[in-house]
Ligand binder design. Sequence first.
Ligand code: ADP
Ligand code: MG
Length: 290
Amino acid sequence: MMKSPDDTMPIGTLSGAPQVLLAHHLKQLKLPTVLREYDKVARECAADGVDHPRYLLRLIELELIDPERRTIERRIRAARFPALKSLDTFDFTAILSLNKMMVLALARSEYIARRENIIALGNSGTGKTHIALALGLAACQKGFTVAFTTAAALVSQLLEARDERRLLKLQRDLASVKLLIVDEPGYVPLSSTGAELLFEVFSQRYERGSTIVTSNLPFEDWTQVLDSERLTGALLDRLTHHVNILTMNGDSYRLKQSTSSRRRAVGAKAEQKQAPVEIIDPDTGEITTT
Ligand code: ADP
Ligand code: MG
C-alpha cells in the first residue's frame, strides 16, 4: 500500500499545508484533473496495490483525456442544441423510407470536411429534427464546430442584428461555423427582408461549410416560405449543389407513440376485468391474445 513520505499516513489523508501548496502548484501548472483526482486515484491505487509510477501514469492519463472531453462538451454547449439526441435512441424500423446506411455514414461527419450539405425532407413527426440533432452531436464529437437554430429564430436574430448594426459580425459567425443546422424553414412565412437575410446566410456558407436543413415542405413549395421564385431558385441552387438528401416520409412517430400508449391503457383496463386477455408489444403496439 502506498504511504506518505513519513510512512505513517496513507496518501490522501495529507492535511493542511502540503495540500494547499499542491493545489496551488497544480493550478499554476494547469492540471485541474490531477488536482481533482489525485486523492481518489491514490486511494484506488493503494487498494489495488499499484505502485508509484503506475499511480502517476493513471493520474496523468486522466489529465490527458479530460481536456478533449471538456473541449467536446464546450462545443456541444456552443451548438445550442434544444435537446441532446443520438442515433442510439433512433428507431430506424419506424421510418423505412430513411436510408439507415446513409445516416450511419453521415454520422462519421466526413461530409463536413467535403463541405457537403444535408437536407432532411418529410412530413411532420418523422424524426427529421432528431436526426439533425444526432448528426450535430456526432459532428461535435468529431471536432467540428456546430450551431443549431430554427429558421424562425435565425431570421429574427438576423433582423435584430441588422437593426443593432451588428449584422456583419453575426453573418461572419454564421459563415465560419463548420456545420450549421437550420431546422424547418417552412413553418412560418418570412418577410422579404427576412427571406433575403436567410438567403445570404446560405449564400455565404456556400462551399465554405456544411449546412443541414430539415423541412416538411417539398422543394417545389419552398417559394411559399421565401415568397420569391428568384430567391428560392438561387437558394436551392446553392444548397443542393453538394447535397445528401434524407427522405423521411412516414407515419408521425409522436402520433404512433401516443396511440400505442393509449392502446396500452385500454389493454390494461381490459386485463383488470377479465385477466389475462391480451399482451401488447410496447414497441410495435401489436396485440397478441393469450
Ligand atoms: P420532425 O422533426 O420530423 O417533425 P422530430 O424529430 O421532432 O420530428 O420527432 C418527434 C419526436 O419523436 C421526437 O421526440 C423524436 O425524438 C421522436 N422520434 C421521431 N422519430 C423517431 C424514431 N424513429 N425513433 C425514436 N424517436 C423518434
Ligand atoms: Mg422538426
